[in-house]
Design a protein around this ligand. Structure first.
Ligand code: PLP
Length: 341
């Protein structure tokens, strides 16, 4: 089976497993796990923030950030298709009493102009606008890389109005490799940044949140509250360290493989790439009902020929490239896709 459903399905490599088993560990709730401490320091340095905290999932990293920046009754601003709003179980409302005010971006990407005049008045009636959450790369928008000049402008606007900025950087590594723009340049526009190791970087578990020393100190309290403080978790931190050392540059292969697949989709009658261009490792495909039936029908047909994709809407499919699919796998999957109709 060639599994393109998600970039989370990859399994740890032998090298990663060896690094995990060799990890020095301690009780991280006491701050005594050397592997976690080293990873948090390295991440803070890499992302250009004062401190970082290791957490079990990207969802938890994002939801800790929302709790950090907002109070119950506040609103955050995000794109309609953003992960924090759509795919985190209603976390902002459920965990922090925060409403999401969604703005319609251009395939997930918000423009600086959309923020003008948008802040609610400071009176006793109004919900209070407190936070902007942006995603890079933007998942539902097709793994797109944010134009950095837009981030600069939005963050300038936020500073001027005392609004906090959070980056959902679950796939920031893909943005870094695709754009050639280093992590610090992306992250300096945000008060907090979440990153994931279990997507393209291929670890079994692991995410982190970076920010100022004070912010991350409070984040430790919230992580405990949310049930995410773990003990000898250096085994996982070692996997993340291994991924930082060995699995970032190779994301370029995932991006090239995604382009191979995209090429096949363009040639398949009844399938349409949306968006048309593929910038990183995610491919979103619209299925023409009259030619191919539903997304589920297409996924079922592909599965019979050894290719797994994710139907994520009645007529929408996502395919992802990752560590566990080779160029040859993608070429073969491409052949299957071309022969669909
Ligand atoms: C996967 C993902 C996350 C975090 O997901 P977890 O499964 O909780 O680690 C956050 N944001 C985006 C854009 C994602 O794709």
């Amino acid at each position: 089976m060639i599994d393109l459903r998600s970039d989370t399905v990859s399994r740890p490599t032998p090298g990663m497993k060896a690094a995990m088993m060799a990890a020095e560990v301690g009780d991280d709730v006491f701050g005594e796990d050397p592997s976690v401490n080293a990873l948090e320091e390295r991440l803070a340095d890499l992302l250009g923030h004062e401190a970082a905290i290791f957490v079990p999932s990207g969802t938890m990293a994002n939801q800790i950030a929302i709790r950090l920046h907002c109070r119950p009754g506040d609103e955050l601003l995000c794109d309609t298709t953003s992960h924090v709003y759509l795919w985190e179980g209603g976390g902002p409302a459920a965990l922090s009493g925060v409403t999401c005010r969604t703005l319609e971006g251009d395939r997930g990407l918000l423009k600086p102009e959309q923020f003008e005049g948008i802040i609610r008045p400071k009176d006793i009636h109004s919900v209070q606008t407190r936070l902007v959450c942006l995603e890079n790369t933007q998942n539902r928008g097709g793994g797109r890389v944010y134009p950095i000049e837009d981030l600069r402008a939005i963050s300038g606007w936020a500073k001027e109005h005392n609004i906090a900025m959070h980056l959902d950087g679950a796939r920031i590594w893909n943005a870094i490799v695709a754009s050639g723009i280093p992590a610090k340049e992306w992250c300096k526009h945000f008060d907090t940044v979440s990153v994931c190791f279990s997507k393209g970087l291929g670890t079994p578990v692991g995410s982190a949140l970076a920010g100022s020393k004070d912010t991350i100190h409070t984040a430790r309290r919230i992580r405990k509250l949310f049930g995410g403080a773990m003990r000898q978790v250096g085994f996982l931190a070692a996997a993340c360290k291994y991924a930082l050392d060995h699995h970032i540059d190779r994301l370029a292969d995932d991006h090239a493989n995604a382009k191979l697949l995209a090429h096949a989709v363009r040639e398949a009658p009844g399938l349409k790439l949306v968006p048309e261009s593929v910038e990183t490792n995610l491919i979103w495909i619209e299925v023409d009902r009259t030619k191919l039936g539903t997304a589920r029908d297409v996924a079922h047909k592909l599965k019979i020929h050894g290719v797994l994709v994710a139907p994520l809407g009645d007529q929408v499919i996502r395919a992802c490239t990752h560590l566990d699919v080779s160029k040859a796998d993608c070429a073969r999957a491409g052949d299957v896709i071309r022969k669909l109709a």
